[in-house]
Design a protein around this ligand. Structure first.
Ligand code: PLP
Length: 452
């Protein structure tokens, strides 16, 4: 794997944050940009390279958020940039909905080849994660001729009206938007740390599977009417919570028995982030449909639905999008996939072990660290008030995010009380060491502050 020439390899802060130029942009943004965005801290980015982001005042930050788990190959990887530039000079748009171009079919072939399962696959392209989920909802209903859907507490599948109907992450995301899709049923996610609503953490898989079969399917919806079960194999916005392998396997068994499609939303967990192309591969599960986006094109807007060929049986006109599978985005994606295959997925797996190893004693050393979990470079640190009671400590988590920023480290929260580590897949040991030293320093500072 070649080492990227980055502007710096570790953060350098030149001004107090936010700096003077950043403050001007913040004022403009406050006046004109939709207030619905949730910015945790005032990073005003000017450029990015590899693991680093430079702000408008010349401060550089180490990026452990990757633009919400998007820039898989780091910022502006030279091969991705070259592919985008070449394509932009040749053909920016023609619309795959109405015309043909080689790269659309080539990327479809590539995505089909990496999806688990022996059956041939077909691919639909969209522009965002939510669009992929919308398409999967429609495809599942169309193919099965069934109407009902099952999703999970804590799930995040996007914010368009269909995807939002599956999302059960935060009430504010649904508040005020009226009636969503009918026929969506939510069930507990197998949370092995906390357990919720009668689910015991130590038998979360069995309890949740039993809930599905003995509660949901007996009392609330006949499985014969269920088109699909949507699951994030590792809940992303829900707190970087992995579903145990035996749960995913059990879910697949139930789906097959009932003729229900299993849809893996790998928008966040896919494209190599967990050290394999797909998080479901860690469980040996073969979903009928996979939704992917985020890391697929290193930051260019692209999403894909990969389905068993016999499932993607809708006719011309049933679903399409003007921009979906745009040639420039596809060029970025093909370059991204070459780079991922050439070494970055293996790096994600190796660095995941390294990072988890570095944090192995944090629960003993730090009373506010409740749980550390994840795969590859999709790692969550759950912050608690008390390890025994597991009381959530969102205020402490939020302060850690802020403190990290003030020290030049970009991290984001996830769920109520989890800190997520989602660096680009190119991350190296030196940078992981730096990030973990910063975080551990902040955690110690918080703990000492709470003792005084
Ligand atoms: N599905 C999952 C698992 C996600 O994490 C997200 C975004 O965070 C989405 C869907 C929605 O993606 P987008 O924001 O691109 O619409």
């Amino acid at each position: 794997m070649t080492r990227l020439q980055t502007m710096t390899r570790l953060p350098i802060l030149k001004t107090p944050l936010p700096g003077p130029e950043a403050q001007k942009i913040l004022a403009l943004d406050r006046q004109f940009v939709s207030p619905s965005y949730t910015r945790d801290y005032p990073l005003v980015a000017r450029r990015g390279q590899g693991m680093m982001v430079e702000d408008v005042d010349g401060n550089t930050f180490l990026d452990f958020a990757a633009g919400i788990a998007v820039v898989a190959t780091g910022h502006c990887h030279p091969e991705v940039v070259a592919a985008i530039q070449k394509q932009a000079a040749e053909l920016i748009h023609i619309s795959g909905t109405d015309f043909y171009y080689p790269s659309l079919a080539e990327l479809a072939q590539k995505l089909a080849s990496i999806a688990p399962g022996a059956e041939a696959k077909r691919v639909y392209f969209g522009n965002s994660g939510a669009e992929a989920v919308e398409a999967a909802i429609k495809l599942a209903k169309y193919h099965t001729k069934r109407d009902k859907l099952v999703a999970f507490h804590g799930a995040f599948h996007g914010r368009t009206m269909g995807a939002l109907s599956l999302t059960a992450s935060r009430a504010i995301q649904r508040k005020g938007f009226g009636t969503l899709l009918s026929g969506v049923f939510h069930m507990p996610f197998p949370d092995t740390y906390r357990g919720t609503y009668g689910v015991r953490p130590e038998c979360a898989s069995a309890d949740c599977l039993s809930y599905l079969e003995n509660e949901l399917f007996r009392r609330r919806v006949d499985p014969e009417e269920v088109a699909a079960i949507f699951i994030e194999p590792i809940q992303g916005e829900g707190g970087y919570l992995p579903a145990p392998p035996e749960f995913l396997q059990g879910l697949q068994r139930i789906c097959r028995r009932q003729g229900i499609l299993l849809v893996a939303d790998e928008v966040q967990s896919g494209m190599g982030r967990t050290g394999k192309w797909w998080a479901v591969e860690h469980a040996g599960v073969e979903p009928d449909i996979i939704c992917t986006a985020k890391g697929i094109a290193s930051g260019m807007p692209l999403s894909a639905v990969i389905a068993r060929a016999s499932v993607m049986d809708w006719p011309p006109g049933a679903h399409a999008s003007t921009f979906g599978g745009n040639p420039v985005c596809i060029a970025a994606s093909l370059a991204t996939m070459r780079l991922l295959e050439r070494g970055y997925i293996a790096n994600a797996a190796r660095m995941g072990e390294f990072i988890l190893g570095r944090m192995a004693d944090w629960r003993e050393k730090h009373k506010i660290v409740g749980d550390i979990r994840g795969k590859g470079v999709m790692i969550g640190i759950e912050i608690v008030r008390d390890q025994k009671t597991k009381e959530k400590a969102p205020d402490l988590r939020n302060r850690l995010v802020q403190m990290g920023f003030q020290k030049g480290l970009l991290v984001l929260g996830s769920g109520d009380t989890t800190l997520r580590l989602a660096p680009p897949l190119i991350v190296e040991e030196e940078q992981a060491d730096f990030a973990l030293n910063v975080l551990e320093g902040c955690i110690t500072e918080l703990e000492e502050g709470s003792r005084q």
